[in-house]
Design a protein around this ligand. Structure first.
Ligand code: F6R
Length: 261
C-alpha cells in the first residue's frame, strides 16, 4: 500500500485528478471505476478543467460506477447517474454509452447484479478504481460486516450513512434505504485502487483501514490484501495514522521512475 499525505484537501484532490489524467493519457482506452459523494467533486472539477485545456481526452474511456440507489431513476436529481452526468460526463467528451451503472429501477435485482458483474468482466475488468470512504470504513456501499469477497448486490444502508447522505436530499426520510453496490470482491478485482479521503471525520476510518486488523467490521481494511492500493489523504484524515512520518518519508524519497505525477 502507498499512503500519500497531502497538506490540504485541495492538494489531495488535485493529486488524484492529476493521477487519473496521467493514467488516461497513458492508456486512452482505460476502464475506470468511479465513485460519487462529496469527496470526488473537486477531482471531477479539475478533470473538466484539464479536458477544457486539452490536457486529457475521455473519448475512449469506459467507466463503471460503484453504486446506485434502489428506486431512483437516471433523471432523479439524487441518482448517481444524474450526479455523474452533472459533475463530469456532460462536461467532457466521454461517450455516454461507455458509462455504466447498476440499474436501481430494475424489477429483478439479482439478475441486474449479475448483468453488472458480467459487463465489468466483458470490458476486461477495471484498471483503476477511484474510491471514497465512509466514516464507518465502507467502500462502495459495503457497510461493516459485508463479506470481504462479496459481489454486486443489494445492501441496506446503516443509519449513520443515511444521516450522512441526507445532506443531498430534502430530508433524511427521502434517502433510499437500499442501494445496489459493487461488492468488496468486485472492488478488489480492480488492477489498481486509489482511495481519496479528506477531513477529520474520516481519520478513524483511515487509521483502521490502513493500520488496523483486516476485518469485515472495516470494509476498506480488505484493501490491505490488494497488490496496488494508494490512499491519498489530507493531514486531517491522516491525523490518526501512527506511522504518518514514515509515509511522508517514503513519498519524499520515491525514486523518480516510480513517480506518476
Ligand atoms: C459513493 C460511495 C461511497 C462514498 C462514501 C463517502 O459512490 O460509494 O462509498 O465514497 O460514502 O462519501 P463522501 O465522499 O460524501 O464523504
Amino acid at each position: 500500500m502507498e499512503i500519500i499525505i497531502q497538506p490540504s484537501a485541495e492538494a489531495a484532490s488535485s493529486y488524484v485528478a492529476r493521477y487519473l489524467a496521467a493514467q488516461i493519457n497513458n492508456r486512452p482506452n482505460i476502464v475506470l471505476g468511479l465513485a460519487t459523494g462529496g469527496t470526488p467533486e473537486p477531482v471531477y472539477a479539475e478533470l473538466i478543467q484539464m479536458y477544457e485545456a486539452g490536457q486529457v481526452d475521455f473519448s475512449r474511456v469506459t467507466t463503471f460506477n460503484l453504486d446506485e440507489y434502489v428506486g431512483l431513476s437516471a433523471d432523479h436529481s439524487q441518482s448517481y447517474r444524474y450526479y455523474m452526468r452533472s459533475h463530469l460526463f456532460d462536461r467532457v467528451n466521454i461517450p455516454l454509452e461507455n458509462t455504466h451503472f447498476p440499474d436501481g429501477m430494475t424489477d429483478d435485482i439479482p439478475r441486474e447484479c449479475r448483468r453488472y458483474e458480467q459487463a465489468i468482466a466483458a470490458a476486461g475488468g477495471i484498471d483503476l478504481q477511484l474510491l471514497g470512504i465512509g466514516r464507518d470504513g465502507h467502500i462502495g456501499f459495503n457497510e461493516p460486516t459485508s463479506s470481504l469477497s462479496s459481489r454486486t448486490r443489494i445492501k441496506t444502508l446503516t443509519e449513520e450513512t443515511l444521516r450522512d447522505n441526507a445532506r443531498y436530499f430534502e430530508s433524511e426520510e427521502h434517502v433510499p434505504y437500499h442501494v445496489l453496490t459493487m461488492g468488496i470482491g468486485t472492488i478488489r478485482n480492480s488492477r489498481c485502487i486509489l482511495l481519496l479521503a479528506h477531513g477529520a471525520s474520516k481519520a478513524e476510518a483511515i487509521a483502521a483501514s490502513v493500520e488496523g486488523p483486516l476485518s469485515a467490521m472495516v470494509p476498506a481494511s480488505a484493501l490491505q490484501l490488494n497488490e496496488q492500493v494508494i490512499f491519498v489523504v489530507d493531514e486531517a484524515a491522516a491525523s490518526k495514522l501512527s506511522r504518518r512520518d514514515y509515509y511522508k518519508w517514503v513519498f519524499e524519497n520515491k525514486p523518480a521512475w516510480q513517480q506518476v505525477v
